[in-house]
Design a protein around this ligand. Structure first.
Ligand code: NI
Length: 224
C-alpha cells in the first residue's frame, strides 16, 4: 500500500527542523547505503552523531507517533532513527530497493515500510521526484512540506535528479507488528470504519462487532 498522509509536521515544527538543519554537519550519503545502493546514491545526509541530530530525531518521531493515520497504517513495532537528506542541483538516488534488515548495535529491525517526510515545498526545487514502481505503474511523488508518503520497502524506487534548488527530506523505516502488507491494508481499512463508527454510534452492536473483529485480527496477525 502506498499512502499519502498530509500535514504530519506543522509549520512551526518545520521551521524548527529547517532552522536546526541550516548549521548542522552533513556527510556523503554513501556512508549509510548498502553495497548495491551505494553505487547509485548521490546525496548528503545529516551526521547522525551531530549535536542537532538528537533534537531533530525527537521532533520527527514524536510527530509521527502522535499521528493516528500513521499508527493505523503502519502498526509500528520498531521505527528507525530518521535520516535527514539534502539533494542539491545534480544530485539523485538511482533505482534501488532498501536493505531488508537495518540498524546496528542499538537494535536491528526489518524494513517493512519506507517513509519519506518532505521538509520543503515543491516550489523550492525542480526535479527530485520520488519515483516508486508498483504493480500499477510508476508513481512520481513530490509533496508539500510536512507531508508524508509511506510505501513498501520491497518496491523499486529512485529519486530523480534535482535540476535546480534543493530537496530536503527525512526518511525512515518501520518494522510493523503485522509483516504481511495485504493483512496490514485490511486492518487499516477496518480501523478507518471502526473509528467512524465509534464516533457516530459508539453504543451500537455493529460498532462492537467491528471493534471485536479489528482487535482480534490485530492479535491474530501481530508478531512481537
Ligand atoms: Ni530507498
Amino acid at each position: 500500500m502506498m499512502l499519502h498522509i498530509p500535514a504530519v509536521l506543522n509549520k512551526e515544527q518545520l521551521k524548527t527542523i529547517t532552522g536546526l538543519l541550516v548549521d548542522a554537519p552533513f556527510v556523503d550519503g554513501k556512508f549509510s547505503a548498502g553495497q548495491v545502493a551505494q553505487r547509485v546514491k548521490n546525496n548528503r545526509e545529516l551526521d547522525q552523531t551531530s549535536q542537532q541530530a538528537k533534537q531533530l530525531d525527537q521532533l520527527v518521531i514524536s510527530a509521527l507517533s502522535g499521528n493516528k493515520i500513521f499508527r493505523s497504517a503502519t502498526l509500528p513495532l520498531r521505527v528507525s532513527q530518521p535520516f535527514f537528506a539534502r539533494y542539491s542541483k545534480g544530485m539523485s538516488y538511482g533505482s534501488h530497493i532498501d536493505d531488508p534488515v537495518m540498524g546496528g548495535e542499538a537494535g536491528r529491525y526489518r524494513s517493512d515500510i519506507s517513509l519519506t517526510i518532505f521538509l520543503n515545498d515543491p516550489e523550492n526545487y525542480e526535479g527530485g521526484e520520488l519515483s516508486i514502481q508498483s504493480t500499477f505503474g510508476v508513481n512520481e511523488i513530490k509533496l508539500p512540506a510536512g507531508d508524508v508518503i509511506l510505501y513498501p520497502s520491497s518496491s523499486l524506487h529512485q529519486v530523480n535528479t534535482v535540476t535546480s534548488g534543493e530537496r530536503m527530506v527525512a526518511v525512515l523505516w518501520i518494522q510493523s507488528l503485522v509483516r504481511d502488507a495485504a493483512s496490514r491494508e485490511i486492518l487499516f481499512n477496518l480501523d478507518l470504519a471502526r473509528e467512524k463508527m465509534q464516533y457516530s454510534n459508539p453504543e451500537a452492536s455493529e460498532t462492537r462487532c467491528v471493534d471485536y473483529a479489528y482487535t482480534n485480527l490485530v492479535r491474530m496477525w501481530s508478531e512481537v
